[in-house]
Design a protein around this ligand. Sequence first.
Ligand SMILES: *[C@@H]1O[C@H](CO)[C@@H](O)[C@H](O)[C@H]1NC(C)=O
Ligand SMILES: *[C@@H]1O[C@H](CO)[C@@H](O)[C@H](O)[C@H]1NC(C)=O
Ligand SMILES: *[C@@H]1O[C@H](CO)[C@@H](O)[C@H](O)[C@H]1NC(C)=O
Ligand SMILES: [Fe+2]
Length: 442
Amino acid sequence: MAKYSTLLFIFLLLNSLLNFHASPEYSRPRPRPNIFTGLTRSKSEPEQVHISLLGKDHMRVTYITSHKHTKSIVEYGTSPGNYDKSSVTGERTSYRYFFYKSSEIHHVTIGPLGPNTTYYYKCGGSGPEFSFKTPPSTFPIEFAVVGDLGQTEWTTSTLAHVGAKDYDVLLLPGDLSYADTQQPLWDSFGRLVEPYASKRPWMVTNGNHEIEIFPIIHRFGFKAYNARWLMPYQQSGSTSNLYYSFDVAGCHIVMLGSYADFDVQSDQYAWLQADLAKVDRAVTPWIFALIHAPWYNSNLAHKGEGENMRKSMEELLYKARVDVVFAGHVHAYERFTRIYDNKVDPCGPIYVTIGDGGNREGLAMIFENPSPSISTFREASFGHGRLKVYNETYAHWSWHRNNETNTAMADELWIQSFASSKSCLPETTNFQEMKTHQKDEL
Ligand SMILES: *[C@@H]1O[C@H](CO)[C@@H](O)[C@H](O)[C@H]1NC(C)=O
Ligand SMILES: *[C@@H]1O[C@H](CO)[C@@H](O)[C@H](O)[C@H]1NC(C)=O
Ligand SMILES: *[C@@H]1O[C@H](CO)[C@@H](O)[C@H](O)[C@H]1NC(C)=O
Ligand SMILES: [Fe+2]
C-alpha cells in the first residue's frame, strides 16, 4: 500500500507538470478551477442520474447509491407519481481506483417506450421523481452538441444555455469530467449534469481525459468512464464501450474512440467498416460521426493529434458519405467545408470542432495565420452547437456562444444530406469490394 501511494504521488506530480507544460506556445485567458458539486440528497437516495438510448425503444437509466442494498430497479409511467411500469433488467457495478472505492453504479433498462413521450420515474425505490422525454421516431429531431465539458463556472454557463432551449438528444464528443484520476470529481460531475442528463439522453464518446491509465495497476484505462458512462455498444455489434453506433429518428450516429486502436487491423476499424456497410439510407438518410481529437484543425492546440486516425479511417467515412464529423479536444469552435484528404471535396463530410464546453484548462486562443481555405469559421469562445434535422434532405447547424441567447447564433449553416444528393450518392457497394481487396493484399 505504501508503494502504491508513492507511485500515485509521483504520477500526480508528473501529471500536473505535464499539464502545466502542455502548451507553452499559446496563452489562454485565465481558466476557472473545477467547482465541486457535493451531495445534497440524503445518503440513502439515488444520485447522479443519467439516461442513454438503448436500441429502438428502450432507455438505460444509470444512477448511483451508497447503500449496498438499494435495488437496481426503475419504476415509471406517463403521469407524475403514477408508476404503472417497472424496469425489465437491472445490473450494478462498482470499481476501485487506488484508495477510492466507488458507490454502487446501477444500470437499468426500461421499455418499450413510446416516441416523443414524457415519462416520470423513480430510481431504486426511493428519492425524488425524475422525468425525461423520449426522442421522436421521425423527423424533425434536434441534437445539442457539446464537447470538453468539464465542471467549472464556464461549464455551468454552457449547460444553462443547453437547457434553455429544448432538444431531443445530447451528443458529447469526449472529455467529460476532467477528473484526471481524482475519482471524487467523477461523482461531482455526475451531480452537476444530473438536471440535464436525467431529462434527455446523453450519448457520449471518450476523450483523453477519460483515459486515466496508470502503469501496471490500471493499464487499460477508462475504468471510471466505462463503469459510469456505459453506452449501447453491444447493441451495435461493438466489443468495446469506447466505440459504438446508434440510430435515432432517421439518423445513424457513429461514436468513435480516438484512444482505442484504429489502424486497419484493429477491432475498431473492422467494426466501423461493418457498421457503415449495414446503414440503409432509406431508413437513416443521415450519418453523423463523433471523434475526440479532430482530423482537421487550424488551431495551434493539439495540431496533428488526430492525423494517424484520419489516415486510417477517413476513407471509410468518405465512401459511406458521412454527412458531418464532430470533434472535441481543441477548446474552441471551428467549422470546415466539405473535405476529403485535405482537399475541398463536395462528397466529403463537413468537419466541426466543438470542444468549447467550458473545462478548467480554458480556451485555445491561437489559430494558424492565415486561415487555411478549408476552414470557414473559427472562434475561441465557450458555447455549444445545435443540429436540427428537419427531414431527409435538410438539417440546420448552429453554434451558440455562451454570452448570447439561444436565438442568437454566432455561426449557422444549412446542410443538405448526401442521401438526397444526385452527385454524391452513398457508395455502399464499395464496402464489399474493399473487403475483398484487403483480403487479397494479406
Ligand atoms: C412531439 O410532441 C410535440 C408535443 O407533444 C409535438 O408538438 C411535436 O410535433 C412532436 N414531434 C414529433 C416529431 O412527432
Ligand atoms: C425539409 O425541411 C426544409 C426546412 O424546413 C424545407 O425547406 C423543405 O421543404 C423540406 N423538404 C421536404 C422534402 O420536406
Ligand atoms: C458575445 O461575445 C462576442 C465575442 O467576444 C461579441 O462579439 C458579442 O458582441 C457578444 N454578444 C453579446 C450579446 O454580448
Ligand atoms: Fe481532449
